[in-house]
Design a protein around this ligand. Structure first.
Ligand SMILES: *Cc1c(COP(=O)(O)O)cnc(C)c1O
Length: 481
């Protein structure tokens, strides 16, 4: 692939080269309000907004879009992220005028909204084999937190909260599982994977006991392997009085084929911004609904939607609700996209999705000249970059006009390249991706160290970008002071 990302730079009066400036740096004049019909005490005289023309603003955002890479450009095979293409019709649905409904509107005047929320609760319950679903949590991690609050409320109601202090998590779990358990006030008990990359039932037996509140697990696990012993695992945890939590962030391997509820799980979360094609934002908005079995339904967050005997929809507070994790029903417009996506695909479409996701991962893997230590895998696989540093390998892929896979995780594979193409890629795009892997694999260490050469930004300080992000022009002003 011959690829070159646009780079917009200009020289300042001081001879310094700067990248596309922020709007607040381009137009610093203060906008002054004309007389307004609003009462004086509700208006300001001055507003520090940059004064720019529409073409200047449109040009700015167009240039930024040319200096970045997105799912709209091409393959984005980040394992455990399910970066599928988000079909545009869901955006049309979310843009309907009535979407901006006030969340305090009385139920009788919000029947359409409530019906959609109720319908989505039912769709997701069906997909996961759960009895009730709450749509309130705004992300996967928030769903995990909500799930553990439900588990805690359940144990408390049974008088076992004081005794059940531990949440058991496999070493290969997503980082949020450990963080969630700790944030929810539990002691985290980690147990190692077996030789074959799956749960080692004996190691689990040692970890589970009277103090276990829950086991958090995902299946297929983070290396894409199906936990064949799941029924035995479920019995083990249930016999000890614990609950089974399913990390359902990535349901692409299961859709329409297998359900966590049928495997014995009691609680699960869904990442609608992964499996169900709503966009991943820079931290949001997303949605991480959770499903629970009947015994736990009374502890779900308030409000919940139900259908009355007259076929109306209403909000209510579940009997023993532990409280709230978000205002109102959660991120409603994100949920609306999910509703649109699931209803457009239907049962057979969801089933096709998982078939294509698994086929695509297996086809791509077959085209790579890299070791893939564990299998058979499903919707994702973890290749090893071998003697090459996985992060450097990924930099080498950038010059081929694709996004690289997730690197260095899970730790069970050396120099891991965790790859999830999703169902959205065609064979041509998969071949393009395979070529990018091959091109990076052929680069010497020196060449990799010089990569990427074709992107607008290269070798940024990732730690600072993650730890000290400046997400608003206001932060910039503070920093300048
Ligand atoms: C993405 C992911 C999460 C967390 O989801 P967020 O929406 O990013 O909070 C949890 N578990 C797994 C396995 C994931 O891939």
């Amino acid at each position: 692939m011959n690829y070159r990302q646009a780079r917009w730079e200009r020289e300042t009066d001081d001879g310094e080269t700067v990248a596309e400036p922020l709007l607040s740096e381009k137009g610093t004049e203060t906008v002054t309000h004309e007389a307004s019909s609003l009462p004086d005490d509700l208006t300001r005289d001055e507003l520090t907004l940059p004064e720019l023309s529409e073409p200047e603003v449109a040009g700015h955002y167009t240039r930024l879009s040319q200096m970045t890479y997105s799912i709209e450009h091409g393959p984005y095979p980040l394992g455990s992220c399910t970066m599928k293409y988000n079909p545009k019709f869901t955006e049309d649905v979310a843009a309907i005028d009535d979407g901006a409904i006030h969340p305090d509107r009385p139920d009788e005047f919000a029947q359409g909204t409530l019906e959609l929320l109720y319908g989505l609760q039912a769709f997701l319950a069906d997909v996961g084999g759960m009895d009730e679903v709450t749509l309130q949590p705004p992300a996967g991690a928030a769903g995990e937190f909500t799930g553990l609050q439900v588990a805690k409320a359940y144990h408390r109601a049974n008088g076992e909260h004081e005794q059940r202090r531990e949440v058991v998590v496999p070493a290969s779990a997503h980082g949020t599982n450990f963080a969630t358990a700790a944030l929810a006030g539990y002691d985290v008990v980690e147990f190692p994977a077996g030789e074959d990359g799956r749960v080692n039932v004996e190691a689990l037996e040692d970890a589970v006991g009277d103090a276990t509140a829950a086991l958090m697990l995902t299946n297929p696990n983070t290396i894409g392997l199906f936990e064949r012993d799941i029924e035995e695992i479920a019995d083990l945890v249930h016999d000890a009085g614990g609950l089974l939590y399913y990390d359902g962030a990535n349901l692409n391997a299961l859709l329409g084929r297998a359900r966590p509820g049928d495997m014995g799980f009691d609680i699960m979360h869904y990442n609608v911004h992964k499996t169900f094609a709503s966009p991943h934002g820079g931290g949001g908005p997303g949605a991480g609904p959770i499903g629970v079995v009947d015994d736990l339904a009374a502890f779900l967050p308030d409000p919940h939607v139900r259908e009355t005997d007259d076929g109306e929809y209403e909000l209510y507070e579940p009997e023993n609700s532990f409280g709230k994790v978000h205002g109102f029903h959660g991120n409603w417009l994100v949920l609306l996209k999910t509703y649109a996506y699931i209803s457009r695909l239907g049962d057979s479409g969801l089933k096709d999705t998982s078939a294509m996701a698994v086929l695509n991962a297996n086809y791509l893997a077959s085209q790579l000249d890299l070791e893939i230590p564990y299998g058979p895998f499903h919707h994702e696989f973890v290749a090893s970059a071998g003697d090459t540093d996985a992060a450097e390998f990924a930099k080498g892929m950038l010059d081929e006009g694709v996004h690289p896979p997730t690197t260095k995780w899970p730790a069970i594979v050396d120099e891991a390249l965790m790859t999830e193409p999703t169902e959205a890629l065609s064979k041509d795009q998969l071949d393009l991706l395979a070529d990018a892997f091959a091109a990076a694999g052929q680069k010497s260490d020196e060449e990799l160290a010089a990569a990427p050469e074709t992107t607008a930004a290269a070798r940024i300080d990732q730690t600072s970008a993650a730890r000290n992000p400046r997400l608003s022009w206001r932060d910039l002003e503070v920093a300048d002071d």
